[in-house]
Design a binder for this molecule. Structure first.
Ligand code: BTN
Length: 266
């Protein structure tokens, strides 16, 4: 077992369980994608809260078919199985919930002022430090399980970024002026925040999560644009709607929601 694994397990033993998640932890060396590993476990009936964490991904994936750069030993590459009894339409709320959990964990452990760009990119000084990918599995239109994939650039140096990510991505270590992060402590804290907020969500619904999201957002109050198949929409981001969509106000003062896609802050 590596030092990272030992420290992570020790940390998790110290943290109280918020909802009685019984899921285990699978610590792996090199995988194609932790999403695939978690999916395999979920298909085999693994319980809610089961997490897969890898040291390296050779085919890490991001939103919109992008690749996720996941070098060995430098980040937190993790996927967590959730089995909420929810209509499919509510799953965007879980995406926002995961963003809040990671943002709170980063602020607690790294002391870095991360903020959330809708729906759930975490930014520090305008550069992306974490991405979240929520994938759902359906059976006859019913939600079976979701896999929340979390990628945190913890200890990457500027040289660890390929050219196409230079100036776009950043790591917690870079933002801390070179001070590295204890990945085990951060991964453990992400899992406990996720469990805590998930049990709050199941008990009280989306409203408290939405309020936390709004307080951590770097999108609200900004003018944003969204390109969709239907065309380009622009407006000022003013809040979340009850499904977790972003509420925009156009220059006529009319409100409208956007529920998917990638916004640009203009
Ligand atoms: C994004 O595009 O912003 C989402 C990135 C999600 C990356 C994480 S890393 C762990 C998990 N495994 C993957 O292959 N992707 C997610």
């Amino acid at each position: 077992m590596s030092n990272y694994d030992t420290l992570l397990l020790a940390h998790l033993r110290r943290e109280p369980s918020a909802s009685g998640w019984t899921g285990g932890l699978q610590l792996m060396e090199t995988v194609v994608s932790t999403q695939e590993e978690a999916k395999r476990l979920a298909e085999d009936g693994a319980p809610e809260g089961t997490a897969v964490i890898a040291e390296e991904q050779t085919g890490g994936r991001g939103r919109m078919g992008r690749k996720w750069h996941s070098p060995r030993g430098k980040g937190i590459w993790m996927s967590v199985i959730l089995r909420p009894k929810l209509p499919l339409l509510s799953t965007p709320q879980l995406t926002l919930l995961a963003g809040v959990a990671v943002c709170r964990a980063i602020r607690r452990v790294a002391g870095v002022e991360a903020g959330i760009k809708w729906p759930n990119d975490l930014l520090v000084s305008g550069r992306k430090v974490c991405g979240i990918l929520l994938e759902s599995s359906l059976n006859e239109g019913q939600l079976q399980y979701c896999i929340a994939g979390i990628g945190i650039d913890a200890n990457l140096a500027e040289d660890d970024y390929p050219d196409f990510l230079k100036g776009i991505g950043t790591s917690l270590m870079i933002e801390r002026g070179g001070a590295s992060i204890n990945r085990a402590e951060l991964a453990g804290t992400v899992l406990s925040e996720l469990e805590l907020l998930y049990s709050l969500y199941l008990e009280q619904g989306f409203r408290p999560i939405g309020m936390l999201w709004e307080s951590l957002s770097v999108t609200l109050g900004r003018q944003v644009a969204l390109n969709t198949a239907q065309g380009r929409s622009e407006g000022k981001a003013v809040g979340l709607d009850s499904d977790g969509g972003l509420l925009l106000e156009n220059h006529h003062g009319q409100l409208f929601s956007v529920c998917s896609g990638e916004i640009e802050m203009i």
